[in-house]
Write a protein that binds this ligand. Structure first.
Ligand SMILES: [Zn+2]
Length: 211
């Protein structure tokens, strides 16, 4: 976006989405950037219904499969610094509602972001930052996993060309990931994505109305 475009959207709906993921080993069948792409796609589609701006996804994340092939996971302190800087500048630019969305399990990253948001809002009571994640948003089946049926199905739905299900035939295919990935389907990905998206839009609209 250019400055005038950004200002026009912010004027209309002072809402910004901040998708956060990781670069993390997700088995041999999924790309490293899955978590960020998942959060970003949800934010993009939510914004089509709620209005607002979506930041480019942040691929830097913390904790999880540190030391696994290809993982690039930064320290808590580094991620905390990035998140705190982004949140405070978005707030100062006039966004009245900031929606941080982390696609990265384990919960350490979510708790870290929530802690930063809470501390910022304590210092700036007029500011509103909420944290959503694509797993716990599901109203009847909230749960997290790693490269299992939820994440694999989501990618089969969002970007099938980035999934290689034949890699699941490798003898080490299930090392370090949720084993139900073998049951992933496009249909489950579509259904779950739509349900989570609905919940996200509902939550954000409620927060907007409460402003
Ligand atoms: Zn993941």
């Amino acid at each position: 976006m250019r400055p005038d475009e950004l200002a026009a959207v912010r004027e209309q709906t002072p809402l910004v989405y901040f998708p956060i993921g990781s670069l993390e080993y997700h088995g041999f069948h999924l790309p490293f950037g899955f978590d960020a792409m998942h959060a970003h796609e949800l934010c993009l589609q939510a914004a089509q219904q709620t209005g607002g701006v979506v930041l480019p996804p942040t691929f830097w994340g913390t904790e999880g499969h540190v030391g696994w092939p290809g993982s690039l996971l930064l320290s808590n302190g580094t991620i905390a610094g990035i998140v705190a800087d982004v949140l405070s500048q978005l707030d100062q630019q006039g966004f009245k509602l900031i929606v941080a969305c982390t696609g990265h399990y384990p919960r350490v990253q979510g708790l870290l972001i929530q802690g930063i948001a809470d501390a910022y809002m304590a210092r700036h009571p007029a500011s509103k930052i909420i944290l959503l994640d694509p797993f716990n948003l599901h109203p009847t089946d909230p749960r997290s996993e790693h490269a299992g049926i939820i994440e694999t199905s989501a990618m089969l739905h969002m970007r099938p060309e980035l999934v290689d299900m034949e890699q699941l035939d490798r003898p080490d295919a299930l090392d370090g990931i949720s084993e139900d990935c073998v049951d992933a389907t496009v249909e489950y990905g579509q259904t779950r994505f739509a349900t989570v998206l609905d919940a996200m839009v509902r939550t954000v609209n409620e927060e907007l109305e409460a402003l």
